[in-house]
Design a protein around this ligand. Structure first.
Ligand SMILES: CC(C)(COP(=O)(O)OP(=O)(O)OC[C@H]1O[C@@H](n2cnc3c(N)ncnc32)[C@H](O)[C@@H]1OP(=O)(O)O)[C@@H](O)C(=O)NCCC(=O)NCCS
Length: 292
């Protein structure tokens, strides 16, 4: 009988968000703040315009979210991927199956498109995604530096052209993401470090700057770019660095960063699918776990 059904036995309705209006945005940003994440309104706008935001509502309120962002080649046979992220459940409604339901819906959507589902998992998420057949491909560490006074002038390097950035970034990841990179380059807050050997973007987050992607020929060039960016910023900073990177780790510690938590980059590759062949040696910080 419906009246005696437990909450966990009830069907959980997951729906694509039709309109990203101010009310929906405030609710989504509430989920971000509840989990102390760093995303901003522009990130949700990008998911909505270039991908899909899936939500669970209760009495009109958004209590769980997920996002799917297609990236990489769209031609059949090429290694197109879809990035799944923003799997968030409001703290009061956790452990009721909402996370599993919203993630399952995102995964179904990606599988229907024939793309390879990939994501960067927090430790809490990794256990869930393993149950859906995802395997870790790469381990990363999130580093954080608290706010402090800048010791160098604000970055004034010219932003790279989109084509240059897409090509470099695509070489490192094994797939191209022009839509995302165009969006990041167009944000008024975006700054960059550009040297002969390295290129790093810096963007504003909800509570901290995010450095990434950081692409460099070698770790020494990456560490020099990191130092320049960090010295010019006075707010808190996040940077997500692949493991192992001993030189980067030493530079991060010297610049006042501390490791905060691990991430696992995970993929679910079905028979006949070819996973992207990135050159991870060129990738010294990712754009962020929500964006690859
Ligand atoms: C992770 C999160 C989305 C799970 O949502 P949820 O609605 O509580 O999860 P569900 O009730 O659907 O549980 C699904 C599975 O998640 C796993 N899980 C949930 N919370 C977990 C935790 N804190 N630690 C480890 N595993 C956890 C369990 O394996 C569970 O499987 P089980 O039912 O067999 O035990 C939620 O805790 C959350 O919003 N956390 C903060 C944000 C976050 O880390 N998101 C994941 C990003 S990759």
């Amino acid at each position: 009988m419906a009246s005696t059904e437990s909450a966990s036995a009830q069907r959980i309705e997951v729906e694509p968000l039709a309109q990203l209006d101010a009310t929906a945005l405030a609710m989504l940003q509430g989920l971000v703040a509840d989990s102390h994440w760093n995303q901003v309104a522009a990130d949700w706008a990008l998911f909505h315009q270039a991908g899909t935001i899936q939500v669970v509502r209760e009495k009109g309120r958004i209590v769980a979210s997920g996002a799917v962002l297609p990236m990489g080649a769209s031609e059949a046979g090429a290694s197109g991927v879809s990035w799944i992220s923003m799997i968030l459940v409001t703290p009061a409604e956790r452990a009721r199956g909402l996370g599993r339901a919203v993630f399952g819906r995102c995964l179904e959507q990606v599988q229907a498109s024939g793309r390879i589902p990939m994501l960067d998992a927090t430790p809490a998420g990794e256990a869930l995604y393993r149950q859906f057949g995802f395997e870790p491909q790469l381990r990363l560490t999130r580093w954080r530096r608290e706010a402090r006074a800048a010791t160098q002038p604000v970055l004034s390097d010219l932003l790279p052209g989109l084509d240059t950035l897409v090509a470099l970034d695509g070489q490192a990841l094994g797939f191209e993401r022009p839509r995302l990179l165009a969006d990041l380059l167009a944000r008024p807050s975006t700054l960059c470090v550009r040297t002969a050997q390295a290129l790093a973007l810096v963007r504003a987050g909800r509570t901290a700057h995010q450095i990434g992607p950081l692409l460099a020929a070698d770790e020494a060039a990456a560490a020099a770019a990191l130092n320049r960016a960090a010295a010019s910023l006075d707010g808190a900073i996040y940077i997500d660095v692949p493991d192992p990177r001993p030189r980067m780790h030493a530079a991060l510690e010297a610049a006042g960063f501390q490791p905060q938590r691990g991430f696992a980059r995970m993929a679910r590759v079905d028979r006949g699918q070819v996973p992207p062949a990135g050159q991870y040696a060129l990738l010294h910080a990712i754009a962020g776990p929500e964006f690859a």
